[in-house]
Design a protein. Structure first.
Length: 184
């Protein structure tokens, strides 16, 4: 089957030879910048969230026996503006830093600024719980990261595309001045 004639004419335009590779380059930059952040669940690049930490029933008994509490991580990584909701399902009151969480109740802790450290707590065998709060990326910072990743791709793809366009339009310039018949 013969390809339609409009496609080669469209691609033969210098503007298209510049615009399409530039768009593809920036799309690659977007994928490289935002993709890993989404895949890794980076808290600094997602919207503000409420993170729930559940203290299961029987945690105090396990801690007293020298065992680790099930399903409780030893630290959390959050971003500024996030809220930590601690739900105590144990029959014993628990503490996390400045929060006192009575049995069968919840406590909230909002993190308006960055911190990194360990809070004293009563629901881990170590007696401490790590919390790291990182600054949330602004839209401008995310845009700059996309530019930094996409600009080199766009530049290389555009230069190659324009070079191929130029060699197709002027084959004598590439072949040492000897005209080469062009198959049409």
């Amino acid at each position: 089957m013969v390809a339609p004639r409009s496609a080669p004419r469209f691609w033969d335009s210098l503007a298209v030879r510049i615009a399409v590779p530039a768009l593809v380059g920036f799309a690659l930059g977007f994928a490289m910048s935002e993709g890993p952040a989404l895949w890794a669940d980076d808290p600094t690049s997602r919207p503000v969230q409420e993170i729930e930490l559940v203290i299961p029933a029987g945690t105090a008994d396990r801690i007293a026996a020298g065992e680790a509490a099930p399903a409780i991580p030893d630290s959390l990584r959050l971003a500024t503006g996030d809220t930590l909701l601690v739900r105590n399902e144990d029959a014993v009151d628990h503490q996390l830093g400045p929060m006192w969480i009575p049995a069968d109740s919840t406590g909230r802790l909002v993190f308006p600024r960055t911190i990194a450290g360990r809070y004293s707590c009563s629901f881990t065998a170590e007696g401490s719980f790590g919390i790291r709060v990182e600054p949330r990326l602004t839209d401008f910072e995310r845009f700059v990261y996309i530019l930094v990743a996409g600009l080199p791709f766009a530049a290389v793809l555009t230069v190659v595309s324009v070079f191929l366009w130029f060699t197709r339009k002027n084959p004598a310039a590439v072949d040492g001045g000897q005209p080469v018949p062009h198959p049409d």
